[in-house]
Design a protein around this ligand. Structure first.
Ligand SMILES: [Zn+2]
Length: 104
């Protein structure tokens, strides 16, 4: 039985696809949850739809690092995958626990 973990809630479909691509490059399977709503609603602007990215539970920690790197590249700050602390984009490692998102 496959178990899926809700990894990340993207603020819009384009972001979801950007992250999905980054995860797939790493060989991580991705499911998008909520995307199908688009065809039902039709008229709704794309940026109003939130999409949840799901990954297999066993890929959770690897996928979290991909998200961290993605968020850092956006320059909007990033969330530590180890302790959950929010870090500003200027921090290379988590100010709270010292976790380095670039470290495998
Ligand atoms: Zn941390």
């Amino acid at each position: 039985m496959d178990q899926w973990f809700n990894l990340y809630r993207a603020s819009h479909v384009l972001e979801a696809h950007a992250i999905k691509g980054a995860l797939e490059v790493e060989g991580i399977a991705v499911r998008l949850n909520g995307e199908g709503l688009q065809s039902l609603i039709g008229e709704l602007p794309v940026d109003l739809l939130q999409v949840t990215l799901m990954v297999p539970v066993e890929e959770r920690s690897r996928a979290s690092r991909v998200i961290e790197r993605y968020q850092k590249r956006q320059g909007n700050g990033w969330m530590c995958g180890r302790c959950g602390e929010e870090n500003s984009a200027s921090f290379d490692i988590c100010w709270r626990c010292g976790h380095d998102p670039e470290e495998e």
